[in-house]
Design a binder for this molecule. Structure first.
Ligand code: HEC
Length: 199
């Protein structure tokens, strides 16, 4: 009987394998990270630059991709004020910080991250419930400042609590939501209904 251990059962072989696999996967991770960063940075093909909040954002079905895709249209400055890229970035980033500070993700999802008590906010700007564009801004401000009295709940019976958001904060949040709605999310969230093209 041969008592010698086969090469693949030796401890050194598995130690070496573990080291090589870990090292290889680390390199793969670095490559994937470097590949991803430019694709998720504002100003790239799928994630528009912040000044997109100066434009009309449509959401249209794309036959080729078989999904809904944001379509950036003509001028439609948010709150009637055209912002430079720097000012737009500052406003969107202020809005993002408010959503973090007020823990909107404790109830909502943003780009799919968060909780499932309340609707996903990725395309909230495009929600048909806000009616036409000029009214939408005013309705969103009124809703965010006093969600209990402007509840939209759509029969779910769930009401958003009043988070005592000021008008200035509401505007920043809306800028953040408008910018986020312009991101090409491969049709996420699925089944989101579109606002009509004219508005
Ligand atoms: C305690 C849970 C809760 C928190 C926290 C919360 N919401 Fe809501 N939100 C809801 C619920 C429930 C609804 C749906 C009911 C409604 O529309 O009246 C809603 C609806 C909304 C809508 C309308 C969505 C649409 O597509 O029409 C927006 C916009 C929104 N919330 C923004 C926010 C923002 C911004 C924050 C953080 C500042 C926030 N919410 C924090 C519960 C919450």
């Amino acid at each position: 009987m041969n008592n010698e251990m086969p090469w693949w059962a030796s401890e050194t072989f598995w130690k070496k394998t573990a080291i090589w696999v870990t090292a290889f996967m680390f390199v793969v991770l670095v490559i994937l990270t470097l590949d991803t960063i430019p694709q998720i940075t504002a100003g790239s093909e799928r994630v528009p630059a912040y000044a997109v909040i100066n434009k009309h954002i449509g959401y249209e079905f794309n036959d080729e991709r078989n999904m809904q895709v944001p379509v950036i249209g003509g001028d439609a400055p948010l709150f009637g004020k055209k912002l430079s890229e720097e000012d737009a970035e500052a406003l969107v980033s202020h809005g993002k910080k408010i959503t973090q500070g007020r823990n909107c993700m404790g109830c909502h999802t943003l780009l799919g991250n968060g909780s499932y008590f309340a609707p996903d906010l990725t395309k909230a700007w495009l929600d048909p419930g806000w009616s036409s564009e000029p009214e939408r801004e005013a309705l969103m401000i009124a809703f965010l400042m006093n969600p209990e009295e402007n509840a939209r709940s759509f029969g779910s019976g769930r009401v958003m609590p009043n988070l005592h958001i000021s008008e200035e904060e509401a505007k920043a949040v809306i800028a953040f939501l408008k910018w986020m709605s312009s991101i090409d999310t491969n049709g996420f969230p699925y089944n989101f209904t579109v606002i009509d093209k004219e508005s």
